[in-house]
Every structure is written in structure tokens, then in C-alpha cells.
Design a protein around this ligand. Sequence first.
Ligand code: IMP
Ligand code: MG
Length: 181
Amino acid sequence: MNAEAIKQDSHIKKVILSEEEIRQKVSETGRLISEKYAGKPLMLVSILKGSFIFLADLCRSLTIPCEIGFMRVSSYYEGTSSSGEINIIMDLDRDVSGYHVIIAEDIIDTGRTLNDIIDRMKKKGPLSVEVITLLDKPERRLVPLKADMSLFEIPDLFVVGYGLDCGERYRNLPYIAEYSE
Ligand code: IMP
Ligand code: MG
């Protein structure tokens, strides 16, 4: 999508995180992960759909080998409010027992989604589990949960772009923007 064209969209209030800010932070995070997991079997697990762009950029910023896994869950069905109900739509197709797993999420809001995913992942018996989130809205937390790595803390706003959607739209924005009804 043309990033300039979409800025004319009346729902896009303002850019919160630019492409450049995201790029810098992702590559810094890639360096940290590469140091920490050098010589270890690593699997990055993307929580679809929201983290697909984050994971694609993050895995290319690593200087160590890694494998990729996907899980798809739904927590938000429509619009901007949480249903509170979590469904595993697609589970991992790999045995994680020989791997250090890093779960990559787009955003932690109430924390319910990730809490559930972490529990399920631990039951699969990986060597370790860490959580990395692109965005964190700590004000909104309903269950106690802290990511091992959080790239950006944001206030209580609904945001779209760089993988995040509103009703399946705006995922292809290259930046993160505030959405308003
Ligand atoms: P939680 O279970 O409330 O933490 O919800 C996490 C999920 O809700 C994320 O993975 C997103 O899919 C969605 N979500 C939460 N906040 C936003 C937002 O501001 N924009 C888009 N999606 C969001
Ligand atoms: Mg998500």
C-alpha cells in the first residue's frame, strides 16, 4: 500500500512509530538475540497474523541460524475490542522439544492471548521459552505478564500497521499509526 495514500485515510490519525524507528529497533534486537542464542538450536515462533512482518524482519536481522514456526490464534474478532476468548486456529507443525523457543508477538494488550500461548508452549517441552513483543500496552494488562523483550511501550491507543490490523485492514502499512473510529 502506498504509505502516503493511506495517510489520507480519515481513520489514520497519526504515525506513532516510523519505518526507520522500527527498523533500528528490530536490528538492535536481532543483534541481542544473536549474541544470546549463538550455538544454540533456536526456533522463532510467529503468532499469526499480526506478527508476520515483525518476524520476517527480525529473522533477517539475526546473524545465527534459526528455524521458523507459525501459530495462529484469534483473540480479537472484529473492530477494536477484545473478545476475551482465545482460539488456536493453527498449531505448530513442529516438535519443539530440542529447541529454545522465542515467541514473537505483535502486541501485548490485556495479556490474555500470550498467557495462554505460553502455557501451551511450555507443555510442548522446549529447552526454554522466551517472549518477544514488538509493542506493549502495559496500562491495559488484565493478567500479569511481562515480555522478556519488548521493543516499544505505547500508551492505551488502538494502533495499526506493520502487521497489525483493524478488521483485517492496514496490515500492510510500513509504519505503526494510531487508528480512530
Ligand atoms: P491481548 O490478549 O488482549 O493481549 O490481545 C493481544 C492481541 O490483540 C494482539 O495479538 C492483537 O492481535 C490484538 N490487539 C491488541 N491491541 C491491538 C491494537 O492496538 N491494534 C491491533 N491489534 C491489537
Ligand atoms: Mg496478534
